[in-house]
Ligand binder design. Structure first.
Ligand code: FES
Length: 173
């Protein structure tokens, strides 16, 4: 084997290794979104936490009150963005329901109009009935519901992702 042949084999071997390396990197890059999508439901479940929002007796039967709580997995730098808000209603002595305070259209905070018995969104006129279903305007779906329980005379809300619609119309959890 002459010197020229050896150089040719060495060059081919080099390019083969580079090609295999790039193919491996591409395969890894393509796999990341797939693996993320498969693991997302598991991570969301893991990140849910029960948060105390007050004593049972803090809330009158029939009243709907704004409560705040810390998100499941707040970052150190999050500041006030680590908090979520919910509208909590006491239906009877032991039964509570809670709605996310964010409109399902673009996430603006909705307010409870006691006299009208409606949730109103100030951004684009979204309106929800007292049960969280859409009464009018652009919201594509009902207000997100949180799980609520009472424990040791405290009311607790289970944190959860709030589903809103992004500007291009796709849904985001
Ligand atoms: S964000 Fe509430 S109606 Fe648009």
């Amino acid at each position: 084997m002459n010197e020229e042949s050896k150089n040719e084999i060495s060059r081919r071997s080099f390019f083969l290794r580079i090609s295999l390396g790039l193919a491996g990197i591409s395969a890894l890059a393509a796999a990341i979104p797939v693996v993320s999508a498969l693991l997302a439901p598991l991570l969301e479940k893991k990140n849910q936490q029960w948060r105390t929002v007050g004593k049972v007796d803090d809330f009158q039967t029939g009243s709907t009150n704004l409560v705040t709580f810390t998100n499941a997995d707040p970052q150190l730098y999050a500041g006030t963005t680590a908090k979520s808000a919910a509208w909590l209603r006491r239906n009877d002595d032991n039964q509570f329901i809670a709605f996310a305070a964010n409109c399902t259209h673009l996430g603006c905070p909705v307010r409870w109009e006691k006299e009208a018995h409606l949730f109103m969104c100030p951004c684009h006129g979204g309106v929800y009935y007292a049960d969280g279903t859409v009464a009018g305007g652009p919201p594509p779906k009902p207000l997100t519901r949180y799980e609520v329980k009472t424990f040791n005379n405290e009311v607790q809300i289970k944190t959860a992702p709030v589903s809103i619609t992004t500007i291009n119309g796709s849904k985001k959890a």
